[in-house]
Design a protein around this ligand. Structure first.
Ligand code: PGA
Length: 254
């Protein structure tokens, strides 16, 4: 299978620039055996993008991502980050629709569709997050919930555009809680997502899309989760702030 296997770090709103530099040094200078099909992506705070771009410049298979961007090209949007700003720094990836942005900044599926569009128009690959809250999981309606997120934010895209999107399935009840979905639960949802995409775009497109799992991934569970056939790596919060943990997670890529 040729889809990319990806270890993505999500630093969220953590670390000073000095701490970030040290962490990057401690991770990227460790020997990794990334093959051509494996990527490491650091989604880091916007003020540190330039620093990180310089640090990873020589590192094959290692990329920097923004954690967010705005839906408009440019203009009077104080405090926002445009895709043009990101591309001018050489950034090729952006995380969109993280559950924290959906919850605290009211980002809707429709608004995320606009952000997805402007990213793809500018050759930035979105890492699109989806996933259900606990109440939905308890009601066993997570498939419908995630299908709606995919439909409303992604399914207006052409097959060619969709193929550039990386999906991160992050059950909200597993984020930062230490409570990981079991590898069977992750596989079940990832297979569902792939089937849902196949239904709209065909199996070739569906099979080419990387679907990452997020939610309390750590060194101790990464091998097991990444071994699932439809899990193509992880989006990692807490454990990505600890060099040894994230190095082990990179090495757990299959
Ligand atoms: P976590 O966060 O690994 O700390 O659970 C994952 C995420 O929010 O992307």
């Amino acid at each position: 299978m040729s889809r990319k296997q990806i270890a993505a770090a999500n630093w969220k709103m953590n670390l000073t620039v000095q701490q970030g530099e040290e962490l990057l040094d401690n991770i990227i200078n460790k020997p990794h055996h990334l093959n051509d099909n494996q990527l490491v992506i650091f989604a880091i705070p916007a003020p540190y993008l330039t620093m990180a771009q310089h640090k990873i410049a020589e590192k094959k298979g290692v990329y920097v991502a923004a954690q967010n961007c705005f839906s408009k090209k440019s203009g009077a949007y104080t405090g926002e980050i445009s895709v043009e700003m990101l591309t001018s720094l050489g950034i090729q990836f952006v995380v969109l629709g993280h559950s924290e942005r959906r919850e605290y900044f009211n980002e809707s599926n429709a608004f995320l569709a606009e952000k997805i569009n402007i990213c793809l128009e500018n050759n930035i690959q979105p890492i699109f997050c989806c996933g259900e809250p606990l109440s939905i999981r308890e009601a066993d309606t997570q498939n419908e919930y995630v299908a709606k997120q995919l439909k409303e934010s992604l399914y207006h895209l052409s097959a060619e555009q969709l193929a550039k999107v990386i999906i991160a399935y992050e059950p909200i009840w597993a984020i930062g809680t230490g409570k990981t979905a079991s590898s069977a639960q992750a596989q079940e949802m990832h297979a569902f997502i792939r089937k849902d995409i196949a239904h709209v775009y065909g199996t070739e497109v569906a099979d080419s899309i990387s679907i990452l799992y997020g939610g309390s991934v750590k060194a101790a569970n990464a091998v097991e989760i990444f071994s699932q056939p439809d899990v193509d790596g992880g989006l990692v919060g807490g454990a990505s702030l600890i060099a040894d943990e994230f190095v082990a997670i990179i090495n757990a890529l299959q």
